[in-house]
Design a protein around this ligand. Sequence first.
Ligand code: SF4
Length: 178
Amino acid sequence: MAKVKVATVWLESCAGCHMSLLDIDEAIVDLANHVEFTRSPITDIKEFTQVDVGIVEGSVGSTEAEETLKELRAHCKILMALGECACFGGVCAMRSTFDKEDVLKRAYIETESTVGGKIPKPPGVPELLDKVKPLNEIVKVDCYVPGCPPDAKTILYALTELLAGRIPVIPSDMMRFD
Ligand code: SF4
């Protein structure tokens, strides 16, 4: 049986959701028998190809993140939002309560440790969007796995459901810390 092709991206994020994915420990060996990771920080493959499942960590706060998300959406059948940042904006969206220019000024010029700071401009760096957005403000999202980060067993549950041909709906007891 052909393996299910999976691509993963991290947008504005801390990599914690991908770390939690790797935390499924030995189950990853069994998963590897059924899943082929294509473009992903895990494989370091950079090109998009058609896949069955696209998994997104992180929110959308720059033009680069927006383009990456749209490109993944165009290359996958099912798109999964992984973690609070992807599902709801998460900690990255805290900057949306401030003016973008004020945020840049604070980060690059006003911090106490900065001397002679300068705000970087595109094309050297991606343009920031005015507000940070969750995925579903930009593309269609098929399933959500919340948590910061989601527990490894919750991610494994979601992937197992996908492999069984079902869209995962995370049970409420998997969305709470015991
Ligand atoms: S949801 Fe939490 S762990 Fe995942 S990228 Fe956002 S801050 Fe990091």
